[in-house]
Design a protein around this ligand. Sequence first.
Ligand SMILES: Cc1ncc(COP(=O)(O)O)c(C=O)c1O
Length: 382
Amino acid sequence: MNKHTAPRVISFIDVMGQRQILGRKTDTAVSRVLQHCQFINGPEVTQLEADLAAFTGAKHVVACASGTDALLMVLLAKGIGPGDAVICPSFTFCATGEVVALLGATPVFADVDSETFNIDVASLKSAIEVARRAGLQPKAVIPVDLFGQPADHDAIADIARAENLFVLDDAAQSFGATCRGKKLGTFRLATATSFFPAKPLGCYGDGGAIFTDDAEFAAILRSVRVHGQGSDKYDNVRLGLTARLDTIQAAILIEKLKIFPEEIIARDRVAKRYNEMLADVCIVPRVATGSTSVWAQYTIRVSKGTRDALATQLKAEGIPTTVYYPKPLHHQTAYKTFPTAEGGLPVSETLSHEVISLPMHAYLDEMTQDRIVEGVRAALSR
Ligand SMILES: Cc1ncc(COP(=O)(O)O)c(C=O)c1O
C-alpha cells in the first residue's frame, strides 16, 4: 500500500454486503407489499409470525414495532406498575431497565458474571432481598442474553419459581441462540427480541417480536399491541400501545430469515477464528457449556487504561470499534437513584472500563479479519 493512501475502512456490521447476497429478493418482497397496499397487519405479518414460531419452536409469536415495545408490552400485559420491583442486570442496553421505570415500577439492578457478561445468579438473589427490604414487591426478572449469548436460564428459572417471579427474557441481541439445545424464545413466560438493523436478524427500520407458549397471554399481547382493543374494536378493554410491525418490515424479515441459519454458522466461524488468533493478547469471549451464541458483538477485554489507545490506533488503520457499554445502567443519570444488589456491582463497573467490540458480521472474509487481528495485536504489544 502507498504510505500516503488512507487504509480502506472496514465495516463494523456489513448491512450493504448482506443486501448484495440477498440480491433482488428483499426488493421484490417490498414491491409485493407496495402492490397489495396492506401496510398494517398485511399477510406478511401473519406469515412472519408463523415462520418465527417454526424457527424457534415457540407456540405463539407476536410481531411488534421494536425490541423496546416487545419488553414494554409484556410488562403492560402483566400489569406491572408502582410498588413492583423488576430485577435486571446493570450491564445492558438502557431499554431493559427503561421499560420498568416507564411503568412506574422500580428496576433493581443486579451484577453480571465476569465470563458470560450475563446476570449473576447470586446477585439476582441479593437484588430480590434488597427489593423486599425496600418495601417493594418483586414481580419479575429480565435476564438479558448479552452480545448473543444466552443467560443461565436453568438457574434463573429455579430462582424465579422459588420466588414466584415471572421471567421476561430480553433476547434483543440473541435471536437464534440456543441454551441446552433449545432456541431462545422457548424459556419461561415470554421472550422479547429486536429486529433493529444491526441485530443478528435485522430489518430495514425498527421491529421486534415476543415469543410465548401461553395462548391466553399471546391474546392479551395482541390486544396490547393495538391500544388494548377488545373483541369490539371500539371497546378498548385495557391500556395498550400502537406497537404493530409494519408489513414492509415483515416482508423483508421473511426473506432475511431464510438465510439466517447460514449466517449464524458464518458468525460463529468468525468468532472462533478471532478467539484462536487473539487469546494470547487479551481476554476473549467464552460461551458457556451447553449454549451457542449468535455473536451480536464480538467483545474482548483489555486492561483498564489501554482501551482508548487501542481504539485510536485501530481507527487510524480504518478498523472501527465500539464500546458496549461505557457506563452500566446504575451509573447513568436516569437510573442512578434505583436500588442495586447488596455489595455494589463490581463486575459491571470493571467491564465498563475494559470491554471493546470488534467488527463482526457473517460476511467478514479471512483477509479482512487478519487485518483486524494484526491491528489489535500490534496495538496491544506497544
Ligand atoms: C439488550 C437490549 N434490549 C432491548 C433493546 C431494544 O431494542 P430496540 O432498539 O429494537 O427497541 C436493545 C437494542 O439495542 C438491546 O440491545
